[in-house]
Design a protein around this ligand. Structure first.
Ligand code: SF4
Length: 335
């Protein structure tokens, strides 16, 4: 983990400004969309070089859409996405992803040296005759021995397969790796090994991680900062210690109460609120959390901006007028 004050002095590697992603859903007989899914609804974020930014929230909050956007798989409907790339010429791809399930993310028909060098092959960024040597070098960095390079994914354990997936992400020497629930498909005994490996690689290669997870203990272990998402917006952003130990936004508090503080990965957190998570076709008016919020009051009928938290000595931001006003909500321990 990095020191937050040091991180703040580093240059941003990625900036998102008011990013929105809306999908048309179905068409009527005139070819017009029947409905629109509002997957991301004004994301403002800066990612600092070398940090781990944890992204947490219930299923349907927009985490996966954000990952797809960062991977370039989808385009924003509006807003800006600015990459500030490392100019190191050896970097042939700026962002890679490690998926949660190495079983399904690795092609079973390929020997692992081909899997590891897949990104280079797709980008044609290294001569073919060098691929095997590159695979051996990267495999060694994740603890896979060179004599295993001709084996196939089914010949490895779950933890080894995730090491291979990490090697594949590393082979193109990216600036940023999106970690999409990187340990949730693994046995508990293997999870810590993979998290430690990711931390070592980050230090050695100055990687920036965007860690998407339901598992608060994984986020607590890895993340420097945490962004909490709700209905396609960031509702709280700050250091992992601030957000996870002293949450200020009412949604963050309910979310943290809904998941175990320690232990195995959890399934989707189920936030205990008077109503279910609303769909993203018809967004609520005013604060998106208003119908579920135990603190809802006058003023919540207005849209809320992500503003500096009250009485915060750090860089914490909250999308709630009570927590960002002088008379704000007191901080309280989570869970
Ligand atoms: Fe709750 Fe109001 Fe804050 Fe929204 S703005 S989180 S409804 S108190």
């Amino acid at each position: 983990m990095n020191d937050i004050a040091t991180l703040a002095t580093r240059p941003p590697i990625l900036g998102l400004q008011d990013v929105r992603v809306h999908y048309p859903m179905g068409t009527d007989w005139l070819g017009r969309p029947k409905a629109v899914a509002h997957a991301l609804n004004g994301i403002d974020l800066q990612v600092q070089a070398g940090e781990t930014l944890g992204i947490v929230g219930e299923s349907g909050c927009g985490k996966s859409t954000l990952a797809q956007l960062l991977m370039g798989l989808i385009k924003p409907t509006s807003g800006r996405l600015d990459w500030v790339y490392n100019t190191d010429s050896e970097r042939s791809s700026h962002v890679q992803i490690v998926f949660q399930d190495p079983q399904s993310s690795l092609d079973p028909r390929l020997p692992i040296w081909k899997i590891i060098t897949e990104p280079l092959y797709v980008q044609r960024s290294a001569p073919r005759q060098n691929m095997r040597d590159i695979a051996a070098k990267v495999a060694a960095q994740v603890g896979i021995r060179a004599e295993y390079l001709d084996r196939y994914p089914h010949q490895f354990s779950g933890g080894q397969r995730q090491r291979i997936a990490i090697a594949r992400a590393l082979s193109s020497n990216p600036d940023i790796i999106v970690l999409d629930e990187p340990t949730s498909a693994l046995d508990i005994s293997v999870q810590a090994q993979i998290l430690n490996l990711l931390s070592e690689l980050q230090r050695a290669r100055q990687l920036t991680y965007i860690l998407i997870s339901h598992n608060v203990s994984v986020v607590r272990h890895m993340a420097d900062r945490v962004a909490v998402m709700y209905l396609g917006q960031v509702v709280e952003l700050g250091s992992a210690a601030q957000v996870l130990e002293h949450p200020r936004h009412p949604y963050t508090r309910l979310l943290l109460e809904a998941v175990p503080r320690l232990g195995a990965p959890v399934d989707d957190a189920h936030v205990s609120a008077p109503t279910e998570l609303p769909g993203n076709r018809n967004l609520p008016k005013g604060c998106f959390f208003r119908d579920r919020c135990p603190q809802a009051t006058v003023g919540c009928e207005r849209p809320q901006a992500l503003l500096p938290a009250s009485r915060s000595s750090g860089t914490e931001q909250v999308r709630c007028h009570l927590a960002s006003a002088e008379q704000g909500l007191p901080t309280q321990p989570a869970g």
